[in-house]
Design a binder for this molecule. Structure first.
Ligand code: SF4
Ligand code: SF4
Length: 296
């Protein structure tokens, strides 16, 4: 049923929605961008999929930047950026790829997930470099880009006006935006608006269990999250192994992480929260130094 809903959205969006799943599904989706059949885009998408990055979308940098404050624009980071290649994971494909590489999902942690994501992003940059297309990877969580908004622009779903969670038509909240590649120019041609927010609004007909399920009252029910409160709650050892708010959402419930899987346990990894809010050892590090991120 969820798949039918995605297909309906794809048709209504003029084919601009790309969503992951099996490789076969994604390859069927390739012709939906004007120049999607180009070998470069197909190769880039295949490379990302190999690392489990099964959500893939293109965003016009000028269009995205027009809606962003000056300090959070893609072209403030890279002035020649014309295209944003957005990468994410939905459902269990991520750990299936991990297992194909010999890993055991139940024994893996956030660092294993980060390594797999980083290798996928480096692979994409390498593919582009071979075609002489300069590009710069940036990991999700970097505060210089509003990744949730970028994911919406890439057609990954709709940010809930109730919980603030990003909800995908098929995977529900069991997705993660992993990063973006800032690509110079427009090597894939012009990029259509892929957003589905005008057609996909699941919260309008929901009784909002995501709000009541949070023991720390992080959600105000109007889309705002007190992330600092969530960070303190989790830093104290709560909400492991999963976010009760996310688990309560009925959309995409069949795509929840399996036992031991870390892929989509939380919107924000605990390590990132500690860093951002100066918890644990990070309390000794000045805020301006905590902002520096390793290059993927
Ligand atoms: S992790 Fe826990 S405290 Fe944070 S939003 Fe989810 S349920 Fe609430
Ligand atoms: S539980 Fe309902 S209100 Fe909350 S994010 Fe999911 S669909 Fe929206």
């Amino acid at each position: 049923m969820a798949t039918a809903r995605v297909e309906r959205l794809r048709r209504n969006s003029g084919g601009a929605l790309v969503r992951g799943g099996s490789s076969a599904e994604k390859h069927r989706a390739l012709p939906i961008f004007p120049r999607m059949t180009s070998s470069l885009l197909a190769e880039v998408q295949r490379t990302a999929d190999t690392a489990g990055l099964n959500l893939f979308g293109l965003v016009d940098a000028a269009r995205f930047d027009a809606c962003q404050p000056r300090e959070r624009r893609a072209r403030a980071l890279r002035p020649r950026c014309g295209t944003l290649l957005v990468l994410g994971t939905g459902g269990r494909v991520f750990w299936q790829r991990y297992a194909q590489r010999g890993g055991v999902a139940a024994e893996a942690g956030e660092s294993a997930a980060s390594r797999l994501v980083s290798s996928g992003m480096r692979g994409v940059v390498d593919v582009l470099a071979l075609r002489r297309v300069p590009a710069h990877p940036i990991l999700a969580g970097d505060p210089r880009i509003a990744f949730a908004r970028l994911a919406e622009a890439a057609g990954f779903g709709t940010i809930s006006p109730v919980s603030g969670l990003l909800v995908h038509p098929e995977y529900g909240p069991w997705i993660a935006v992993r990063g973006a590649i800032l690509v110079d120019g427009m090597p894939f041609g012009s990029v259509a608006d892929a957003s589905i927010t005008d057609r996909f609004q699941p919260c309008c007909t929901c009784n909002r269990p995501c709000v009541s399920a949070c023991p720390a009252h992080v959600h105000d029910g109007a889309g705002n999250q007190d992330v600092a409160r969530c960070a303190s709650h989790r830093h104290a050892g709560n909400c492991e192994p999963a976010c009760g708010s996310r688990a309560a959402c009925p959309v995409g419930a069949g795509h929840r992480d399996g036992p031991g899987e870390f892929a989509h346990r939380h919107v924000h990894p605990l390590g990132e929260l500690r860093r951002n809010f100066g918890l644990g050892v990070w309390r000794f590090v000045p805020a301006f130094l905590r902002q520096f991120r390793p290059r993927p």
